[in-house]
Write a protein that binds this ligand. Structure first.
Ligand code: GDP
Length: 439
């Protein structure tokens, strides 16, 4: 018998209401132990006094019952909605821990059980994690779409097509080429080619899904003293900043997360270690360059009051800038070369750069089609594996259907790992370890 698990499913800390969830065969025992009665009718909230094993009242709260299999996990589930104070939560969790056969849930364990009971596939489970983590509108929409099954259905459709092609290839093996019409082989190779192309297109998506999910990086590059740190600072203080700086030490902040048009963006100040000695300076420049290269977009910030310093920026960086901004326009005019004009000191022009950045981000991430996009490296790797196997299958000479079948099988297996349709026990630990407890 698998253990019955329980956890606080709402965020820890002080809140109006806290939700504690119990899942497993002994969920019924939990309800009876705490409320003194049998579970209420499914999906109907009842108010009950909740008592610990000694009969001491813990709180008054709502009790909800979801009988297996019509529950989130597919098991018997009960939920207690109690007052969200730390002591109330601790007392209720303590009381649950005293009931035989119950233990605290591990991170992601509720969702894992839902997958194991066939409630949804792995891509939907991952999307649930993404939905909980979503900070921006586009991250939310992406996660929601995946949770509804868009991605899982695509991979499953491909896998079914592969299985069909495999069945035909196996017919050729079983009956021999003489027995099977010539057209069968043609059909198998045609299907494999169409699928390989479709998958390749899915891979060539400019990593849109991954960038929406993980956030896109914009490097602020420019000569020393152009005002890069000032700009990043001023943006961090605007409404658009959704998260506190990640790497602020005693010096200026160097990274800030922004919500631009609903897309998550990390703005990186590449100023580096500029005011230290010469050797460190060189190291700082090397790092800034590397940062600029690896960023998804580059904002080149120049000093209008010292335009000659622009030459200090390596040509490589100047020529790949996605957006050029002249700073310190409170002190000097923008040189004829043009670009946007701001003053990080007065805030003048800052809304214009936010809009310009948002525009670049939209250009990069807005989807030209309705097709579901790849959202994580795990999926990308598996689809790549499938394409490689298919391409190999297409090179197989007509007389070797066994080789063809083997590659089709490998391609199907790779796709099956994404959705969990094939045995993925070893993958589950990796996937659910990033979940929070109670999910
Ligand atoms: P960084 O080296 O590019 O990160 O530049 P900083 O942000 O450290 O700024 C360098 C100097 O320029 C500081 O003394 C800032 O106060 C000043 N500064 C930054 N932005 C402006 C601006 O818009 N106008 C004026 N007048 N000074 C600025």
């Amino acid at each position: 018998m698998t253990a019955t698990i329980f956890a606080l499913s709402s965020a820890p800390g002080r809140a109006g209401v806290a939700v504690i969830r119990v899942s497993g065969d002994r969920a019924r025992d939990a309800v009876e132990a705490l409320t003194g009665r049998a579970p209420p009718a499914p999906r109907q909230a009842v108010l009950a006094g909740l008592r610990d094993g000694a009969g001491t009242l813990i709180d008054h709260g709502l009790c909800l019952w979801f009988g297996a299999p019509a529950s989130f996990t597919g098991e018997d589930v009960c939920e207690f909605q109690i007052h969200g104070g730390r002591a109330v939560i601790a007392a209720l969790l303590g009381a649950l821990g005293q009931i035989e056969g119950l233990r605290p849930a591990r991170p992601g364990e509720f969702t894992r059980r839902a997958v194991e009971h066939g409630k949804f596939d792995l891509t939907a489970a991952e999307a649930l994690g993404d939905l909980v983590a979503a900070e921006t509108e586009q991250q939310r929409l992406l996660a929601l779409r995946q949770q509804e099954g868009a991605l899982g259905e695509l991979y499953e459709r491909w896998r079914r097509q592969l299985i069909r092609a495999l069945a035909w290839a196996e017919a050729v093996i079983d009956f021999g080429e003489e027995e099977v019409p010539e057209s069968v082989w043609t059909k198998v190779t045609r299907d494999a080619r169409v699928l390989a192309n479709e998958m390749q297109q899915h891979l060539n998506d400019g990593q849109r899904g991954e960038l929406i999910r993980d956030g896109l990086t914009i490097a602020v590059v420019g000569p020393p003293n152009a005002g890069k740190s000032s700009l990043v600072n001023i943006l961090a203080r605007r409404d658009v900043a959704i998260v506190a700086p990640t790497a602020g030490t005693t010096r200026d902040l160097i990274e800030v997360r922004l919500d631009l048009s609903g897309y998550a963006v990390t703005l990186v100040d590449t100023a580096g270690l500029r005011e230290a000695g010469e050797e460190i300076e060189a190291e700082g420049i090397r790092r800034s360059l590397a940062r600029a290269r690896s960023a998804d977009l580059r904002l080149l910030l120049l000093d209008a009051s010292a335009p000659q310093t622009s030459d200090l920026v390596p040509l490589e960086v100047r020529s790949t800038a996605d957006i050029v901004v002249w700073n310190k326009v409170d002190r000097a005019r923008v040189p004829d070369a043009g670009g946007l004009a701001i003053s990080a000191r007065t805030g003048e022009g800052v809304p214009d750069i936010i809009e310009a950045l948002a525009e670049r981000v939209r250009e990069r991430l807005e989807s030209p089609s309705e097709a579901p996009v790849l959202t994580r490296a795990r999926h990308r790797k598996a689809v790549e594996e499938a394409v490689t196997a298919l391409k190999r299958a297409l090179l197989v000479p007509e007389g070797a259907p066994e080789l063809m079948a083997e590659d089709l099988r490998l391609a199907g297996r790779a796709l099956g790992q994404i959705t969990g349709a094939v045995d993925v026990e070893e993958l589950l630990d990796v996937i659910f370890k990033d979940f929070c407890i109670g999910k």
